[in-house]
Design a binder for this molecule. Structure first.
Ligand SMILES: Cc1cc2nc3c(=O)[nH]c(=O)nc-3n(C[C@H](O)[C@H](O)[C@H](O)COP(=O)(O)O)c2cc1C
Length: 159
């Protein structure tokens, strides 16, 4: 089944007809991506895992990032997103502070990736909330939490 899904994707990219098994596999992908189009705003709340995204979220991205469904690619125009007219709110949480000016900022491999991916599928309106440090022993935690809550409340009023 997994092989059929992958080959179904490559068939779309190569503009080949699906085999019957690939067509069945592709329907499962189509069902999943169709759910996306039912939403106006995507709210993604993610912890940082080893400087990146948790594997479940990455898996979801791999399932729904599909040619002809959420993006298209042409030699003339490159990648073009198909999930248009939607907005995204992303709330990040990490034990430490990876914000601009932090010595850890260069280890943050999640914000750039996630936001480039959202733009790649067509979502340009991206609002973010970053909560770090979340570690209860960190002296800066209460202020970071208060700041994140304030940002979330302000955002909720504008959506
Ligand atoms: C597998 C795993 C990897 C993690 N990697 C990082 C990391 O690279 N940097 C960091 O600051 N926090 C890391 N954390 C901590 C989470 O980001 C932290 O738990 C997050 O703020 C969510 O808070 P919560 O556990 O209270 O829900 C990791 C946690 C786990 C379980």
């Amino acid at each position: 089944m997994r092989e059929d899904v992958l080959n179904a994707k490559y068939a779309v990219l190569a503009k080949r007809e699906h085999t019957p098994a690939q067509a069945i596999a592709w329907e499962t992908v189509q069902r999943e991506t169709a759910r996306l189009f039912g939403y106006d705003v995507f709210v993604i709340s993610t912890p940082m895992w080893n400087w990146g995204l948790p594997y479940r979220l990455k898996h979801y991205i791999d399932v729904i990032t599909q040619p002809g469904l959420t993006f298209k690619w042409t030699p003339e125009r490159g990648y073009e997103g198909l999930v248009l007219g939607r907005r995204a709110v992303v709330a990040y949480a990490s034990s430490f502070d990876y914000g601009d000016g932090s010595p850890l900022a260069r280890f943050d491999h999640q914000k750039g990736y996630l936001e480039d991916w959202l733009r790649m599928i067509g979502i340009d309106d991206i609002r973010t909330i970053a909560f770090g440090p979340t570690h209860p022993d960190a002296p800066a935690m209460p202020a970071a939490r208060a700041q994140a809550l304030k940002q979330a409340e302000a955002l909720a009023r504008t959506l």
